[in-house]
Design a protein around this ligand. Structure first.
Ligand SMILES: *[C@@H]1O[C@H](CO)[C@@H](O)[C@H](O)[C@H]1NC(C)=O
Ligand SMILES: *[C@@H]1O[C@H](CO)[C@@H](O)[C@H](O)[C@H]1NC(C)=O
Length: 475
């Protein structure tokens, strides 16, 4: 916090800016030399690391089984009982909307709807409208949706892995699936989509031992794609899904034909430093169309700190907060829905209903909540933070290892972070486009399925052209 105010002071006064310029100049010398070092090597990847129990290893089989999502009467009754038999919620302060967290008056309306109006059997049908499967990968029962389009002769079917993040689920892609898999006269290909639940999320089982970070999940999903018979495929992700598919592109560049992301990440000290230099003169660092997404830098970091408390908790004590959230549907609803408010647009904090009804129906958001509640996976989902934001993972410095896999990024107006085009290119040498979207937020596929799907399809089309030009094997 102190550091933040210090940086703020530096940016706000003239003397401070001069001081900062001197500081940056002095610091850049050693940093320049540090980064002249050769890039870190790819770590050794264990393709068979076992995440289940020892017993499950002896019983292992590699069958792919059809799966149905079910909301059992026992689960529904228990949920309704808990929604009814809860402590009264603490009333919000006068004049406060979502500035202190989820507004409890608003929460009442969600809980009432969940217990009394949410149609469990109709929603169960809805969930099952696409074909679901499970297969065991490295001791984890991995759940996935797979939708294959029917195509006329001459149209090629191309596999695309789509990965969700936290606190999302496969539900985020439901509206986009028909758009993504549609056959079009203007395209010589159609997408087959494979949409898994991350391990420990919803219908996929969780690791039984520590260590299943984003890099290890990248291996699980490579193995899933190979299990399904794909030797080469495209990947797409947002949030954790973006990081995991990014790592797949880094680890397996001969398999991943293209990487599309709706959340750019770049964990590079040199990039962070450049944003500080940019505070003196923003055009140095970021394109005009996205300048207000990073600058003023003080506001950017203030917002980031305000909105990432959950991340510190989940990276350190996921099991503690997990006890409360898995015991109380009211708690889970407040915790998860808050993210759909603020990450869709930060200004929704000061809106009466948290802006939740601007883009989603109650049913849509409760569907996503049901994925966590019905499977009791909130605790195991949060552990991904602890398994990734630690010295083991960070010391791999994967963002310092460039990848040649063709890449396409779309950055929504209200995404939590923005990375400038030049900076993305330091990691992704074949960045084919950075779509600077003047709309939308963090849950792009869910919020704007048409814009999302169009961008993904344009990206795959460009990836295919790129492979033709570069005379690589293509799909
Ligand atoms: C394979 O293992 C799963 C559990 O992972 C089990 O449900 C299924 O019945 C097994 N299938 C066969 C053919 O052994
Ligand atoms: C590539 O990104 C630019 C900048 O955001 C955007 O204007 C353009 O529409 C994108 N290109 C395609 C083919 O989508």
């Amino acid at each position: 916090m102190f550091l933040l105010f210090f940086i703020g002071f530096l940016l706000r006064s003239k003397m401070g800016r001069i001081l900062l310029a001197i500081l940056v100049a002095v610091l850049s010398v050693p940093i320049y030399y540090i980064y002249l070092k050769p890039a870190p090597q790819l770590p050794e990847v264990d393709l068979e690391e076992w995440w289940g129990t020892a017993l499950s290893k002896s019983k292992y089989n590699d069958t792919i089984r059809p799966f149905r999502i079910s909301f059992t009467p026992t689960m529904i009754k228990d949920l309704k009982d808990r929604l009814r038999d809860r402590h009264p919620l603490t009333p919000p302060l006068s004049g406060v909307n979502f500035e202190y967290g989820f507004n409890s008056k608003q929460l009442e309306t969600w809980l009432k709807y969940w217990g009394e109006s949410y149609d469990f059997s109709e929603r169960e049908e809805f969930f099952n409208k696409y074909p679901h499967f499970k297969t065991n990968i490295q001791g984890l029962d991995i759940h996935f949706i797979k939708v294959t389009p029917e195509v006329p002769a001459g149209v090629e079917v191309v596999p695309l892995l789509l990965l969700h993040g936290w606190p999302g689920s496969v539900r985020e892609f439901y509206e986009a699936i028909p758009l993504l898999t549609a056959v079009s006269k203007t395209r010589d290909f159609a997408l087959e989509v494979i949409i898994p639940s991350l391990p420990g999320y919803g219908f996929s089982s969780e690791a039984k031992k520590p260590g299943l970070g984003a890099d290890k999940m990248a291996v699980v999903f490579k193995n899933l794609m190979n299990r399904l018979g794909y030797k080469k495929y495209y990947v797409q992700g947002g949030d954790w899904g973006s990081l995991i598919t990014n790592i797949m592109a880094t680890f397996f560049p001969d398999e991943v034909l293209g990487y599309h992301s709706n959340m750019a990440f770049l964990m590079k000290p040199t990039y962070t430093l450049s944003t500080f230099i940019g505070a003196l003169y923003p055009p140095l660092v970021v394109e005009a169309a996205a300048r207000d997404r990073i600058y003023p830098l003080f506001d950017f970091y203030a917002h980031l700190i305000e909105e990432t408390g959950y991340m510190h908790i989940q990276s350190t004590k996921p099991d503690t907060v997990g006890v409360a959230l898995s015991d109380s549907p009211a708690g889970l609803a407040a915790y998860i829905l808050e993210k759909f408010s603020t990450w869709t647009n930060k200004v929704y904090r000061s809106s009466r209903d948290g802006g939740l009804h601007n883009h989603y129906t109650k049913t849509q958001l409760l569907d996503n909540l049901m994925v966590y509640w019905s499977t009791n996976t909130i605790t195991t989902s949060m552990r991904l933070y602890a398994e990734t934001f630690n010295s083991r993972y960070l010391s791999l410095a994967l963002d310092d290892i460039p990848t040649k896999v063709p890449t396409w990024v779309i950055q929504a107006k209200n995404e939590v972070v923005y990375i400038p085009t030049w900076a993305i290119k330091t990691k992704y040498h074949n960045l084919l486009n950075n779509t600077i979207l003047d709309d939308g937020g963090h849950f792009l596929a869910f919020q704007l399925p048409e814009i999302f799907s169009k961008d993904v399809l344009k990206a795959i089309e460009s990836f295919r052209e790129w492979h033709k030009k570069n005379k690589k094997t293509e799909l």
